[in-house]
Write a protein that binds this ligand. Structure first.
Ligand code: MRU
Length: 364
């Protein structure tokens, strides 16, 4: 088994990262099987890696950024030939293939660009291959460190006794390690604050119920899964002190694209005077997006709404139709929360106000 013991994420008492690379294979915690089965998926080539992003074996913006970076390194390592121009062309094609796996998360392009813009060394294919591999590893380490820092900054906002609502999964599984929204929660727990987490189930794919709650259980952090439409009830009763969510892409005016349903939680938070924070590394900001209008929103297959997945009483994975065969569904995977609903964006460099002037100072 490949090296996974350098992460912080605790799974069955062992420390893991979500994604890593050894030799020419990329290893991923298979998120399609959680929480019922813990398995590592071994992706043997970059096409398989691109497909793992598309099919959501790995998901979450920073995690797919690092997986994309490893995928490009895989492409470099598998190139057979001696012509440097052909090598460059092969890398360009692999870049586009991986980048088109999912459209909304900015980190995917960011991770790919990080490797591609630095990997070509002295017209030497052998050196460029080595460099691509080193850069991808560097990118993953860097991302883990950014998430650790997000945790430290975010922890200073969480008070002892606080209850925090989160949406979707922005935990270690959605990153290389630590998480974005879950990193401050982890840090608060490690610093012995007594906290409670409300995890939105997050239809249609239930990342909150199947991934966030599982991560929290692994770390023994007190929590409850709530139905997506229960957040307003708990906010109105004063049971939620703050909301922290992740982000897939942030525009330069502070509008935030995140998992579908985030927008309505932000509106509810404002109505109930609950602070609403977004946690994300600066790599999630898109310098080319002036506002949320410029962010591409992924439309996914209607099957995700019409069916649910789970285990039956014999522990067997089942896919169950929950709607009439006469019904169709619409399935936007993300929505945009306007900046005016956001209290602050927790980054590796501190908490930023969601305003163009402040964002420009941080995002170079
Ligand atoms: O469709 P997914 O599961 O990739 O969506 C993930 C989210 O929306 C996360 O909240 C987001 O990527 C932030 S992750 C740290």
């Amino acid at each position: 088994m490949a090296l996974h013991y350098f992460g912080l994420m605790l799974i069955n008492g062992i420390n893991y990262r979500t994604v890593w690379m050894q030799d020419t294979s990329v290893y991923l915690i298979n998120q399609l099987l959680l929480p019922h089965k813990f398995e590592i998926y071994k992706s043997k080539d970059y096409l398989d890696t691109a497909n793992s992003i598309k099919t959501m074996i790995v998901r979450g913006a920073p995690a797919i950024g690092a997986t994309g970076a490893f995928g490009l390194a895989q492409a470099a390592l598998m190139f057979e030939g001696e012509n440097f121009d052909n090598f460059k062309q092969f890398i360009n094609e692999a870049y586009h293939q991986i980048n088109s796996a999912r459209p909304t998360a900015n980190d995917l392009k960011f991770g790919l660009d990080f490797v591609k813009s630095r990997m070509f060394a002295e017209n030497s294919i052998a050196n460029s291959k080595m460099k691509a591999f080193e850069l991808a590893k560097q990118y993953a380490d860097w991302n883990a460190e950014l998430c650790r820092k997000i945790g430290e900054h975010g922890n200073s906002l969480i008070k002892d006794g606080h209850s925090v609502l989160t949406h979707c999964n922005a935990g270690a599984l959605a990153c290389v390690d630590y998480g974005t929204a879950l990193s401050p929660i982890r840090m608060a727990h490690y610093s012995r604050k007594n906290i409670f987490v409300y995890a939105d189930e997050t239809r249609p794919r239930n990342q909150g119920a199947s991934l966030t709650a599982w991560e929290l259980a692994q770390e023994k952090i007190s929590h409850a899964i709530i139905a997506d439409n229960a957040a307003g009830y708990f906010m109105k009763k004063g049971r939620i002190d703050m909301v922290i969510v992740g982000a897939d892409r942030i525009a330069m005016n502070g509008d935030v694209a995140n998992k579908i349903g985030t927008y309505e939680k932000a509106v509810l938070a404002k109505e109930n005077n609950v602070p609403f924070y977004v946690a994300a590394p600066l790599s999630t900001f898109d310098v080319n997006a002036n506002s949320g209008e410029d962010i591409p929103i992924e439309e996914r297959h209607e099957e995700e709404v019409l069916y649910i997945h789970g285990i039956d009483e014999n522990n067997e994975m089942k896919k169950i139709r929950i709607a009439s065969f006469e019904s169709n569904a619409k399935n936007p995977a993300f929505d945009v929360t306007p900046a005016r609903y956001i209290t602050g964006i927790i980054t590796e460099k501190g908490v930023i106000k969601p305003k163009s002037e402040d964002i420009e100072k941080f995002v170079g």
